[in-house]
Ligand binder design. Structure first.
Ligand code: NAD
Ligand code: ZN
Ligand code: ZN
Length: 352
């Protein structure tokens, strides 16, 4: 028997640039022919949702907007052409809501780069509502034994850091710096890095994040708010003070993006993932050349990265702390996030 789907639902709606989100009733949309409708049970809150509300980025945004792109729930309806997923399956809605599947990027498994990509909680309404739409080809199928709360952050943060670690080229036994290690992406990055056999230096601020990072598998924690010589401290923690093999930049401020070149070792890689507003990556040409440094961006992941990231989680390798609050509390979560006060992730429980 098909589940009954109401006409209206609760949602957090950003009505104007800058927010705050308004908790109100809106209508439930019917899935298109190639789409599924997912009854969201939990949604992580990613810093990207805050960038979206603030209108931080040079990328046009839908308004009014229901944010959210780490949604885990159950498929309750599907279009006639939606293949590979059934009503009753557990599913995750990711940042990449859909892509054309026919362009050169889609053909070569780089679908996040598709010019026609649709983005959950940015160009289409996302997961801060009870019922969200996703293309059947792009939703993540989740094993039924996986808890829907803990898996939610995997759908953006997990996939993104897993992909970024692969893009860094760091190999088992090598040392990486995770900058912004105490946040949502950072906490998961430590768990994936550890599962991949990497050694970790965590960089963030405050003692709560220190305790969390040392528990999550980092060997060293460096507090950027207290260190008098951040570069020196990071290098000192590496073999023969040569510097790290890779830097994973997750912080939401510009300075670490300029600093990374000073502590990455020759032949090392700098991977930009965090996206502070109006920020630039700057590196001296001379050092970049003579040290053969690779500087690159990494943007979410493709569908297979999603499958693999969920698989690491399903096998019990990824455990990161989270706090659960009701959907109506989203504005308070954004405030804490803005102040850098969240260690790990906040997850919204979506009302039944
Ligand atoms: P978050 O707020 O949970 O974490 C950010 C962390 O950075 C915080 O712990 C903060 O204390 C720390 N930080 C700030 N300044 C720092 C500094 N100078 N040095 C070290 N740490 C510092 O945010 P999040 O949800 O983890 O997202 C992080 C960033 O990644 C955001 O900009 C988000 O938009 C971006 N993001 C990118 C992708 C992608 O595909 N590239 C995907 C998801 C999120
Ligand atoms: Zn995200
Ligand atoms: Zn495409």
């Amino acid at each position: 028997m098909s589940p009954t789907i109401p006409e209206n639902q609760w949602a957090q709606v950003v009505e104007k640039k800058g927010g705050p989100p308004v908790y109100k009733q809106i209508s439930v949309i019917k899935p298109g022919p190639d789409e599924v409708l997912v009854k969201i049970k939990y949604s992580g809150v990613c810093h990207t949702d805050l960038h979206a509300m603030k209108g931080d980025w040079p990328l046009p945004l839908k308004l009014p907007l229901v944010g959210g792109h780490e949604g885990a729930g159950v498929v309750v309806a599907k279009g006639a052409r939606a293949k590979g997923i059934e009503v009753g399956d557990h599913a995750g809605i990711k940042w990449l809501n859909g892509s054309c599947l026919a362009c050169e990027f889609c053909e070569t498994a780089d679908e996040p780069l598709c010019a026609k990509a649709q983005l959950s909680g940015y160009t289409v309404n996302g997961t801060f509502q009870q019922y969200a739409i996703g293309k059947a080809t792009h939703v993540s199928k989740l094993p039924k034994e996986v808890p829907l709360d803990a898996v939610a952050p995997i759908l953006c943060a997990g996939i993104t850091v897993y992909k970024g670690l692969k893009e860094s080229g760091a190999r088992p036994g090598q040392t990486i710096a995770i900058v912004g290690a105490g946040g949502g992406l950072g906490s998961l990055a430590q768990q994936y890095a550890r599962a991949m056999g990497l050694r970790i230096i965590a960089i963030d601020g405050g003692d709560e994040k220190r305790d969390m990072c040392l528990k999550l598998g980092s060997e060293v924690y460096i507090d950027f708010t207290k260190s008098k010589d951040l570069v020196g401290d990071i290098k000192a923690a590496t073999h023969e003070a040569l510097g790290v093999h890779a830097v994973i930049l997750l912080a939401v401020s510009e300075k670490p993006f300029q600093q990374a070149i000073e502590y990455v070792r020759p032949r090392g890689a700098i991977v930009a993932i965090g996206m502070p507003a109006n920020a630039f990556l700057k590196a001296p040409v001379f050092e970049t050349v003579v040290k053969m440094i690779e500087i690159k961006g990494s943007y979410v992941g493709n569908r297979q990265d999603g499958v693999e990231a969920v698989d690491f989680f399903s096998r019990g390798l990824i455990k990161a702390p989270f706090q659960t609050v009701p959907l109506k509390d989203l504005p308070q979560v954004f405030e804490l996030m803005e102040q850098g006060k969240i260690a790990g992730r906040y997850i919204l429980e979506i009302p039944e």
